[in-house]
Design a binder for this molecule. Structure first.
Ligand code: G6P
Length: 467
């Protein structure tokens, strides 16, 4: 196996490591048989690039060209890019930018040729207002990302920004500073682009759902503008695609991840904690939370039977959350599976100087390094969980670069699809989030949603009992 490969370590899911909460060889055989049936249905479609996210790693240079050209045009116009989008239209760009440029990326100047990237994903007037207040509009461009083109939060942000830009520089110049990423044919952004003419547009492939779209122009444009090598990101995803199409369960990391997590769901491990031991991977854990939650949290199975499937994802980060959540994971309810992610090469190390050698309780740190400390903590935490018969998995990344990240993104997407197939639910829709949306439309007075406004008056219990 190449040294560049992301590996899945499932040693802490075995009976040897966690007793009755782990799997024996016979269990693994059984899980493998179910997974083989699942792979029989997934692989022929995946080979055809279905569902749509399977084809994204294979975008050709011709398909990438408009993305790279647009990123270049934006860089010529400005040094700051603000993405207006939410959910799958926001989390992927944040995850990759945070991973590759660091959690503190917006606190310091970026290297030459790399735009500052802000992802404004919430219509919270306080935080959005503060961002707008601090932006120099002459040096800022905006990427409005919405597959549907109807998401209230994103459209509201767009309208606010457009008004500001228009007042400052007139409509035509303002429109040049805004690029849409949206469906090729449908939706309000497409309509506005057709009507107003001045807006540039990139396409979200119609068969790629928002939470699976990070490797489409949704994620690729902002990432290219921020200076990340999107071709290397895709090459990592391609390498993982090959491995996820392996019909042999025991060599297929996505099938293993899906098979083991679904098996744990069946034994009431209803919570999946993703806990990377790297501050800069916290965005990845948040991106994964949407992917896992929206894809697997379903009321009914493919036959319409009520199942209420799913596993609650929790985003944590090591070592930080050892000092906040770990107590619960080690001694609380036996309802969790922890998915660690660790880096073999932390990307630099900091030696700890040998100060205070007369204080035994800290002298051992002198001469060691921060990298050695965080790596020991990751190992110790997995082992400590196992001592309490708590299973865990570990995604081992050789290092934090675009190639490894491309592998991880694709692996988690493929595993999510496969988990959905094993659960016999549809992992590609999200019917449950609709009701809240239409009730909001009712409250906001949207035409055609008068019934929802009435309904809201009946079911709004908020504020009825205040203390
Ligand atoms: O890209 P958009 O159409 O604006 O959608 C943004 C988000 O909105 C929804 O509520 C969906 O639940 C998400 O899956 C989606 O990523």
């Amino acid at each position: 196996m190449s040294e560049d490969m992301v590996r899945l370590d499932y040693s802490y899911c075995t009976a040897e490591a966690v007793g009755q909460n782990g799997f024996s060889d016979a269990d693994l055989d059984r899980i493998g048989k179910d997974a083989a049936l699942m792979l029989d249905s997934v692989l022929p479609e995946a080979k055809q690039g279905k569902p749509g996210f399977m084809a994204l790693p294979f975008m050709t240079d011709d398909e990438l060209d408009p993305v790279l050209k647009e990123a270049g045009r934006l860089k010529d116009l400005a040094d700051t890019l603000v993405v207006l989008g939410i959910g799958g239209s926001a989390l992927g760009a944040t995850a990759v930018d945070m991973a590759l440029a660091g959690s503190l990326r917006n606190s310091f100047a970026r290297p030459h040729g790399c735009m500052r990237l802000f992802v404004a994903d919430n219509p919270d007037p306080r935080s959005f207002g503060m961002l707008l207040h601090n932006l120099d509009l002459n040096r800022t461009v905006f990427n409005v990302v919405s597959k549907s083109g109807s998401t209230a939060e994103t459209m509201a942000q767009f309208m606010v920004v457009m008004e500001m830009l228009k007042n400052k520089m007139g409509w035509d110049k303002a429109a040049q500073r805004v690029v849409f990423t949206t469906d090729p044919e449908k939706g309000n952004l497409r309509l506005i682009a057709q009507k107003e003419g001045d807006f540039r547009c990139l396409e979200v492939p119609p068969d790629v759902g928002g939470r699976f779209s990070v490797l489409s122009p949704v994620g690729l444009l902002p990432l290219a503008a921020a200076g990340h090598n999107i071709k290397v990101l895709l090459s990592g995803a391609r390498a993982m695609y090959e491995r996820c199409l392996n019909p042999d369960f025991s060599s297929n990391p996505a099938a293993l991840l899906a098979g083991l997590t679904v098996e744990y769901m069946h034994s009431a491990r209803n919570i999946l904690v993703m806990m990377p031991y790297a501050t800069d991977l916290f965005g990845l854990a948040q991106w994964f939370a949407q992917l896992w939650a929206e894809s697997l949290g379903k009321a009914s199975d493919l036959d319409g039977k009520e199942v209420h499937a799913g596993q609650t994802p929790v985003a944590a980060v090591g070592a930080t959350d050892q000092h906040s959540q770990l107590q619960l994971y080690i001694e609380g309810p036996q309802d969790k599976l922890v998915l660690f992610a660790t880096l073999d090469d932390m990307g630099g190390d900091i030696p700890i100087p040998g100060l205070f050698q007369d204080i035994d309780s800290i002298s051992y740190l002198g001469g060691a390094s921060m990298g050695a400390l965080i790596k020991s903590e990751a190992k110790a935490t997995q082992a400590a969980l196992a001592q309490q018969k708590r299973p865990s998995l570990n995604l081992r990344l050789p290092r934090l670069d675009a190639h490894c990240l491309g592998q991880v993104l694709f692996l988690l997407e493929a595993a999510t699809l496969m988990a959905g197939k094993l659960l016999r639910i549809n992992p590609l829709d999200q019917p449950g989030v609709e009701l809240g949306k239409v009730l909001t439309y009712g409250l906001m007075g949207r035409k055609g949603f008068e019934q929802e406004a009435k309904r809201m008056a009946e079911i709004d219990f908020g504020g009825k009992r205040l203390v």
